[in-house]
Design a protein around this ligand. Structure first.
Ligand code: SAM
Ligand code: SF4
Length: 363
């Protein structure tokens, strides 16, 4: 079977047959979409499973996990990543679910860090983690070539942490953050989702804590991506509100030159310290988006909010060597990029939340 790739639409419609595309003549050239955005960043979700159950990400119970047999192996991940690097992807961010739950995490980092872009430069490997267990593997990860870490922390209050994550793991997270602070991995970033009536009274405390760890605090607007589909716009603390709260404590100086970065950066007073705000909902940054996503079960997504996915499994697991080729993997990548829309459309009246939750997409 060989034909143009068909996006898999997630939702009530039956999925179209899995197809294998023909090779694309653009193989090896940069991944440019129809709006001229050049893609440089691949987010790789290593698993949909997690050691926490953050309220904005997963329901307490009733999660349906991806079948273990569908999860990409290290070889499959590295092969897809190599083809991405050949097309100019230079940053790989490992995420999940919780990436540290993968027993082969050090091998994943080490093999990805060995990849080179077409101009011979080493790629950068970064990770977003909840920090649990990080203290035990951070040295091995750094030795394997991990360049940067983002750790999620929504509160510095142990009881609130237990409520918010539905797990009593505050001490483990702190141990992970302290180990990251002691390590040479910089910049170190801490991420918090700001939520009304939940943690919006401790935004300043979170920044102070991050500064004490030589880290940069970043606040994220809550997005409609929870697996339980419970997002409520009124609960979201907006960019404006975040800046107003921080502005009472520090003078915030906008830092120019954001490029494709999701976070707007602000310098605190006249110091060298910064805070970041990721305003995905009220100030979308889709115009400069250079990101592509690979789910743990081998689906390519051109946006966090896509309802279409591009299936790599019929290629990477094809028994027929005519179908199982690097050229055809590259063709799936290009079909996915070609279909990327101008923006995520969260604020459009017809917006549909993707069926997958953030834990299964990879944040
Ligand atoms: N488990 C790791 C962690 O928490 O850092 C990596 C995966 S998690 C899905 C990645 C990031 O997505 C975290 O910083 C988390 O706070 C963020 N996130 C999850 N659900 C979100 C939502 N509904 N809105 C905004 N950010 C969300
Ligand atoms: Fe797990 Fe990260 Fe989702 Fe929290 S945000 S439940 S730590 S995947």
């Amino acid at each position: 079977m060989s034909s143009q790739p068909v996006p898999v639409t997630i939702g009530s419609a039956p999925p179209p047959p899995r197809t294998v595309p023909d090779p694309d003549p653009r193989r090896g050239s940069p991944l440019v979409d129809t709006f001229g955005r050049v893609h440089r960043d691949l987010r790789i979700s290593l698993t949909d499973r997690c050691s926490l159950r953050c309220t904005y990400c997963m329901p307490e119970q009733g999660m349906e996990w991806l079948a273990r047999s569908s999860i990409l192996s290290v070889d499959e991940i590295v092969r897809v990543a190599r083809i991405c690097a050949e097309a100019g992807i230079s940053t790989f961010r490992l995420t999940g679910g919780e990436p540290l739950l993968r027993r082969d995490i050090v091998q994943v980092v080490s093999e990805l860090a060995a990849l080179r872009t077409p101009d011979g430069k080493p790629v950068q490997v970064a990770m977003t983690t909840n920090g649990i267990g990080l203290d035990k593997v951070i040295t091995a990860l750094a030795d394997a070539g991990l360049a940067r870490l983002n750790i999620s922390l929504d509160t510095v209050q142990p009881e609130r942490f237990a409520e918010l994550t539905r797990r009593n793991r505050f001490k483990d997270v702190m141990a992970g953050i302290e180990a990251a602070s002691r390590s040479g991995l910089r910049p170190l970033k801490l991420n918090a989702v700001a939520m009304r009536g939940v943690n919006d009274d401790e935004l300043v405390d979170l920044v102070e804590f991050a500064l004490s760890m030589q880290a940069q605090m970043r606040f994220i607007e809550q997005m409609p991506l929870d697996a339980g589909h419970t997002w409520d716009r009124k609960q979201m603390v907006t960019r404006e509100e975040i800046l107003a709260a921080l502005g009472k404590r520090w003078e915030l100086h906008p830092v120019p030159g954001r490029g494709g970065a999701p976070a707007e950066k602000f310098r605190l007073d006249d110091t060298d310290s910064h805070v970041g705000v990721i305003a995905s909902v009220t100030a979308p940054f889709c115009g400069a988006c250079d990101r592509l996503r690979l789910t743990a079960d081998g689906q390519l997504r051109n946006c966090l909010f896509s309802t279409d996915e591009y299936d790599l499994i019929p290629v990477v697991r094809a028994e027929d060597p005519e179908l199982n080729t690097d050229e055809r993997i590259d063709a799936v990548l290009r079909a996915c990029i070609d279909a990327k829309k101008a923006g995520h459309g969260i604020n459009d009246p017809g917006f549909l939340q993707p069926a997958r939750g953030m834990n299964a997409i990879g944040g």
